[in-house]
Design a binder for this molecule. Structure first.
Ligand SMILES: Cc1cc2nc3c(=O)[nH]c(=O)nc-3n(C[C@H](O)[C@H](O)[C@H](O)COP(=O)(O)OP(=O)(O)OC[C@H]3O[C@@H](n4cnc5c(N)ncnc54)[C@H](O)[C@@H]3O)c2cc1C
Length: 334
């Protein structure tokens, strides 16, 4: 195996090298079948690409597995990938119009990473056939937006895994508000159940109305919203509380309790969004812009970012380069 392995699920031969100082290693024996007669167990923690005789010897060296028999052996695969910087944010190839790529072939690893890209590429291929604008999610709108933006802007030199820590606006990307974040897209694409979309919009309205009410109604000069921020106070304890589903109550409580942080995140997201709105015209000839450092010119010419926000995220491009680029764009020529 010569390729770079997935950093977060190293094989046993990798672990031996990376964690050479460790004296022990956990192996979890996981039943593979509900049928005990089969007696099939999966030794989780021993993934490897070692020769079969070594696998047998290693496994039988684990106390309790001395007489283990193999029905299948561990394996690893090596695969090549397409440089995702040659993709548009719609996941369409920049080289071959109409070709959409998704999943491991774009340099990712993981089930969710593959499924999310598969959905986006499929939707965008269908939209392109209808001459409709592509579905591109922003970094402050969805984790999918973070992943695709990372891939098409920065590329990857090892199997890319999506982590929440890769998103800079994590406070906005909450599990509880996912349906509200996506409702506009769901409506446009008609990809969600009608009743679910109606319910989402109804919940969204009631959340807004309740927050307004809690901000205006007071007890002894203190708004109900301020009271809700006190330790131990819950929405249901406040006068006039409606009998709302728990997920709606939770969203009201979160939006009020963390309001200052969320508003700050929203401001930062709007600032970033303004940069995303500044499109970089096709006529920009990066290599000819001598006021931009050579390294940055090369990187920009390779990626050909769609907007200033993407340009700023390319490793090796600094704020001064972006300032020069925006001057060129506003002047309308090099
Ligand atoms: C041993 C192992 C364990 C893993 N464990 C985990 C895990 O626990 N959690 C996790 O999230 N991820 C795990 N992964 C990673 C994850 O399985 C992959 O990243 C993910 O399944 C990739 O999905 P994909 O659809 O991009 O590619 P694939 O699932 O590889 O799909 C590509 C498909 O294309 C087909 N194909 C190839 N060439 C052609 C052709 N010319 N014509 C037609 N069809 C073709 C292939 O047969 C294949 O079915 C693991 C991977 C391995 C190898």
């Amino acid at each position: 195996i010569k390729g770079t392995g997935a950093r977060y699920c190293p094989s046993i031969e990798d672990k031996v090298v990376k964690f050479a100082g460790r004296a022990s290693h956990h192996v979890f024996i996981e039943p593979e079948s509900a049928c005990s007669a089969l007696n099939l167990e999966y030794p989780n923690g021993l993934s490897c690409s070692l020769p079969r005789d070594v696998q047998i010897e290693m496994t039988r060296s684990v106390p309790g597995l001395e007489r283990a028999e193999f029905v299948s052996f561990a394996y690893a695969i090596e695969y090549d990938f397409y440089d995702p910087r040659d993709l548009y944010p719609s996941l369409e190839s920049k080289i071959l119009h109409g070709l959409y790529l998704a999943g491991q072939v774009n340099g990712t690893t993981g089930y969710e990473e593959a499924a999310a890209q598969g959905f986006m590429a499929g939707v965008n291929a269908a939209l392109s056939l209808k001459d409709d604008p592509p579905l591109v999610l922003s970094r402050s709108e969805a984790y999918i937006g973070v992943m695709i933006d990372d891939l098409v802007t920065k590329g990857t030199n090892e199997p890319y895994r999506m982590f929440t820590s890769r998103a800079e606006r994590r406070l906005l990307l909450r599990q509880g508000n996912a349906r509200y974040r996506m409702i506009g897209h769901a409506r446009r694409l008609r990809v969600a159940d009608e009743a679910y979309m109606d319910e989402t919009e109804a919940y969204q309205r009631v959340i807004g109305q309740e927050i307004m009410r809690l901000d205006s109604e007071k007890i002894s000069g203190t708004t109900l919203a301020t009271r809700l921020c006190r330790v131990g106070v819950e929405y249901a304890m406040l006068p006039g509380a409606l009998g709302l589903p728990p997920e709606v109550v939770s969203e009201i409580e979160i939006q009020i309790r963390y309001r200052n942080y969320i508003e700050r995140e929203n401001r930062l997201a709007e600032e970033a969004e303004r940069k995303e709105q500044t499109k970089i015209p096709d006529w920009v000839d990066y290599m000819a812009i001598e006021t931009i450092r050579y390294e940055a010119r090369e990187k920009l010419a390779k990626v050909r970012p769609e907007n200033l926000g993407m340009a700023a995220r390319i490793p090796g491009v600094n704020p001064a380069d972006i300032a020069m680029l925006s001057v060129v764009i506003s002047r309308g020529g090099n």
